[in-house]
Write a protein that binds this ligand. Sequence first.
Ligand code: COA
Length: 260
Amino acid sequence: MTENHFVLCDLEGHVAVVTINRPDKLNALDGATRGEFLGVMDELRGNPEVRVVVITGAGEKAFIAGADIGEFEGRTPVDQFRVMKAPTIFDCVDRFPKPVLAMINGFALGGGCELAMACDVRIAADSAKLGQPEINLGIIPGGGGTQRLPRLVGLGTAFRLLYTGQIITADEALRIGLVDQVVPADSLREHVMQMAGLIAEKSPVALSLIKEAVRASARTSLDEGLNQETTLFGMAFASEDKAEGVQAFLEKRKPEFTGR
Ligand code: COA
């Protein structure tokens, strides 16, 4: 892999762990970090050995404490518009054609919470804290927070969190549906890697088709989504992985999927 400073990447079997590595700044996302992140994800996208990606933050305190607020000072609206219209880390994760899990090990605020929301599954340590505190800076979320948060937690709860900027516990995040699981902090990594390993054993073809179909559910009508599911089902049916999966079942053995 390319040598990076602010984004580390470790491969464990078919699982890539991508770590935002600015612990002294609570892994706040500056331009250099976002650029490195996109570069790492590009490499992982094209690497057939990688079947699942886990995103986390370095250190014990933070997943990602948001955009680097230092970069806002002196930036013109036009500069900001250009930053936001360039390919974003949020779109990259959302469209990434493999499962992406957020391993939320601490503060997930602003862009950190938004990046977690762009992931497919969110697992948080019981010590994690989440929120969209942009309102306290006189701005609004710009990484999809106003769109993904209400879809996950409903309008009323989204308004409450966005209006107040309140930072909530992992347990409350679980209760409202902002995260999918909460586990003790000291077993977070083991738990997430176990889940990632389980997913990595499945057909990469079917995984990417599931992601495409589920993404459609948030963007289209039920009828269109069902049509899309039928088309994607046809693609899965034509894959070598489907032949292997069915054959393995009939032969009472474990399938060995290749992603073809
Ligand atoms: N951007 C830039 N720097 C950040 C940052 C951010 N979003 N979040 C934390 N940091 C930096 C702090 O400035 C500090 O740097 P310093 O040691 O050079 O002064 C370091 O990270 C540690 O943070 P600190 O505030 O001292 O830790 P804390 O435990 O007292 O508070 C938070 C933790 C998360 C509550 C607090 O850092 C915070 O509110 N961060 C901003 C969160 C935010 O508004 N995010 C959305 C941005 S749009």
